[in-house]
Design a protein around this ligand. Structure first.
Ligand code: F6P
Length: 498
């Protein structure tokens, strides 16, 4: 392995041509930095990647043992070193070690059997699914059901995450308690918000005359004993492996409400789409490996060009929850302060992920993207397929706007009046789905997971732990118990609770 520091200096010294100059100088640029995988077209040509920069990054990744660490991930080795365990979400889609894949299939078999039982009305007629969970136990199912389940007509799913009772109230107001199943999703089965929401949901059922509310609860967890202790019958506990991280868990039983609402075959297509992306990530050569190229660009912007954030805009209403899903995936994974060896990071960790929905965001935040002084690499995610019955003009305008933004960010425009000038040379990437369907959504999410993993290798950090959230949880418990705090916090508590 060559020394990463030496390669790093060469990366920093690479020429900084503008995007338009890069296109002018290289007729093959678009083909070089774009590709198709599993119904996705990914275009990174409007970033400042160059063949020379990519070569240097390939050497930098090799110096960080990228291939070895990727093999370790897919081989089921202990890659989450601080917690001493593997990260086996890839096995959920058949791409891990044989033992991990077999274990995932057994758990999937239990999910499927319970779905069959629900469909066969073992719980009587079911119309509503109240899914209670938070973070990785909510964002994935919410994204899947919102994106893919709009017309499924099978079950109405509400995902409740916030401990604010108003969130639960909103969902329960629409639901018939006698026709509702409560799904409690928690990897640890200790998350206080989830357990309080679940208890309140059972109270709501009791108040409305449901005889045996516990008999209508399904638990999704890596801690089945805790779920049973809480009161869920073992036959309705759908376990998943402890080595599947919360923010990587939608492929496991955490995806249950989506599999129920969309149908089992749709869930399998989701897994297969993700597996196609896994195989691309595992076996493509580095210069054509799209998640790896995206990670190079992320690292380059964060560490050479000083970008502190990255913005993702979904130009498709069905993907409106994608930015918040990615916020957890990227920021909880790669928002770390120390390397694998425990040394402080020398530069920034992952950029702050933010974003929204196009075209709405154009009329709200794009001013800063076009003329503000921050460098913000932008990502557009759109679908070629139209998903509504209105005139084609809607889709033409939607995608036309999306593509125009990328072009405008890149080319800019000089006017006599500086206030009306656009500096241009602002990077963007575009992901175009053939359709928003289970296979492409699976591939899309797996693309982001792979990119996060590659980004973690470049940063030399562990993307699979999240100790940063623990202190706040401890303090929240101390608040409940009436502990001693600083004057500011004490006054806030006094004003709120007397
Ligand atoms: O507090 C952060 C976190 O642990 C996330 O990593 C996780 O997705 C979420 O809370 C919910 O945790 P659980 O699934 O154990 O309830």
């Amino acid at each position: 392995m060559t020394d990463a520091n030496g390669i790093w200096q060469a990366i920093e010294a690479e020429p900084r041509d503008t995007l338009t100059a890069l296109f002018d100088a290289d007729a093959g640029r678009l083909g070089r930095f774009s590709g198709e995988v599993a119904g996705l077209y990914l275009d990174w040509s409007k970033t400042h990647l160059t063949p020379a920069l990519v070569d240097r990054y390939i050497a930098f990744a090799a110096a960080r043992d990228f291939a070895g660490r990727r093999d370790a991930l897919y081989g089921g080795a202990v890659v989450n070193v601080t917690e001493g365990r593997a990260a086996t979400h890839v096995a959920e889609r058949g791409e891990g070690s044989p033992d991990d894949v077999a274990a995932a299939r057994t758990f999937h078999g239990r999910m499927r059997a319970l779905i069959d039982a629900i469909e066969a009305e073992a719980f009587g007629p079911v119309a509503h699914i109240l899914h209670i969970g938070i973070g990785g136990s909510a964002l994935g199912p919410d994204l899947l059901v919102d994106a893919l389940g709009r017309d499924s007509g099978r079950y109405e799913v509400a995902v409740v995450s916030n401990v604010d009772g108003a969130a639960l109230e909103e969902a329960t107001r629409r639901f018939d308690p006698a026709a509702t199943l409560v799904v409690v999703a928690s990897k640890t089965f200790t998350t206080t918000e989830t357990l309080l929401n679940a208890a309140s949901a059972l109270g709501w059922m009791t108040e409305h005359g449901v005889d045996d509310p516990y008999g209508r609860v399904i638990a999704l967890t890596a801690a089945p004993d805790k779920a049973v202790e809480w009161g869920v019958d073992e036959t309705r506990v759908l376990p998943f492996a402890e080595s599947v991280g919360g923010r990587y868990s939608l492929w496991s039983s955490i995806g249950f409400p989506a599999a129920l609402a969309l149908g089992w075959s749709a869930f399998e297509e989701l897994l297969e789409g993700a597996a196609e992306m896994d195989r691309h990530f595992r076996f493509s050569e580095p210069a054509a490996n799209l998640p790896l190229l995206a990670a190079f660009a992320d690292h380059y912007y964060g560490h050479v060009r000083g970008a502190e954030t990255r913005a993702v805009f979904a130009y498709d209403e069905r993907l409106r929850l994608l930015p918040s899903y990615l916020q957890q995936l990227e920021m909880e994974s790669n928002g770390k302060g120390v390397t694998l060896a425990g040394d402080p990071l020398s530069g920034h960790s992952a950029p702050i992920t933010w974003g929204g929905v196009g075209t709405d965001a154009q009329h709200a935040v794009f001013q800063l993207l076009h003329q503000g002084t921050h460098l913000v690499p932008v990502e557009f995610v759109a679908s070629v397929e139209v998903d509504h019955g209105f005139d084609d003009a809607h889709h033409r305008q939607l995608l036309g706007n999306c593509f125009a933004q990328g072009a405008a960010l890149m080319t800019g425009r000089t006017a006599e009046d500086p206030a009306r000038s656009y500096p241009g040379d602002r990077p963007s990437a575009t992901i175009l789905l053939d359709q928003v369907e289970p296979r492409t959504l699976g591939a899309l999410i797996a693309f982001y997971e792979a990119r996060v993993f590659a980004g973690a290798v470049l940063l030399d950090i562990n993307p699979f732990d999240q100790f940063g959230v623990e202190l706040g949880k401890e303090m929240a418990k101390a608040v409940e118990k009436g502990g001693e705090f600083d004057p500011s916090t004490t006054e806030l508590l006094r004003r709120a609770f007397g």
